[in-house]
Ligand binder design. Structure first.
Ligand code: DAT
Ligand code: MG
Length: 148
C-alpha cells in the first residue's frame, strides 16, 4: 500500500492541532502506520528541506521547523500521497480552500501548520529520513473492507 510522510509543524503542535489533524486523516479512511513526537535537528531540517536551500526563506524555514516539537506520521492508503496534499491544501493558507487543514487553521505561509510529501519519491525519501524501518507498523484493520 502507498505511504506518505505527514508532519504537524511546531505551530500546529503548540496550537493543539495534533488531534484535529489526525482525526481528519483517520476519518478519510487512511491508516496510521507510524507516529512520533520529536524535535527536528538542524541537520535533519536542512536535509528534509534541501530542495529549498537557495530560497530566501530557507534560513527562517529551518529555524521554524527546529523551534519546537513536531508530530511526525506515516499514513498508508490508496493514492495517499496526492490525497493528503488535497486534505492539507495550498502552501499559502491565504490561498488554501476552507475545508483544508491550512485553509481552516493557518493564516500566513511561514506558519502553515503541516507538511505532506509532494510525490511518491519525496514520500519514500522523507519516510526514510524520519523513521527507522522498525518504527513502521504493518497491521490489518477490519474497517478496510468497508473502504476498499
Ligand atoms: P509545501 O509545504 O506545500 O510542500 P513548499 O515545498 O513549496 O510547500 O515549501 C516548503 C515550506 O516552506 C512551506 O510549507 C512553507 C515555507 N515556504 C514556502 N514558500 C514560502 C515563502 N514564499 N515564504 C516563506 N516561507 C515559505
Ligand atoms: Mg514541499
Amino acid at each position: 500500500m502507498e505511504k506518505t510522510f505527514v508532519m504537524v509543524k511546531p505551530d500546529g503542535v503548540q496550537r493543539n492541532l495534533i488531534g484535529e489533524i489526525t482525526k481528519r486523516f483517520e476519518r478519510k479512511g487512511f491508516q496510521l502506520v507510524g507516529a512520533k513526537l520529536m524535535v527536528v535537528s538542524n541537520e535533519l531540517a536542512q536535509t528534509h528541506y534541501a530542495e529549498h536551500k537557495e530560497k530566501v526563506f530557507f534560513g527562517d524555514l529551518v529555524e521554524f521547523i527546529t523551534s519546537g516539537p513536531v508530530f511526525a506520521m506515516v499514513w498508508a492508503g490508496e493514492n495517499v500521497v496526492a490525497t493528503s496534499r488535497s486534505l492539507i491544501g495550498k502552501t499559502n493558507p491565504s490561498e488554501a480552500s476552507p475545508g483544508t487543514i491550512r485553509g481552516d487553521f493557518g493564516v500566513i505561509v511561514d506558519k502553515n501548520i503541516i507538511h505532506g510529501s509532494d510525490s511518491l519519491e519525496s514520500a519514500e525519501r522523507e519516510i526514510n529520513l524520519f523513521f527507522k524501518q522498525d518504527e513502521i507498523v504493518s497491521y490489518e484493520k477490519q474497517e478496510s473492507t468497508w473502504i476498499y
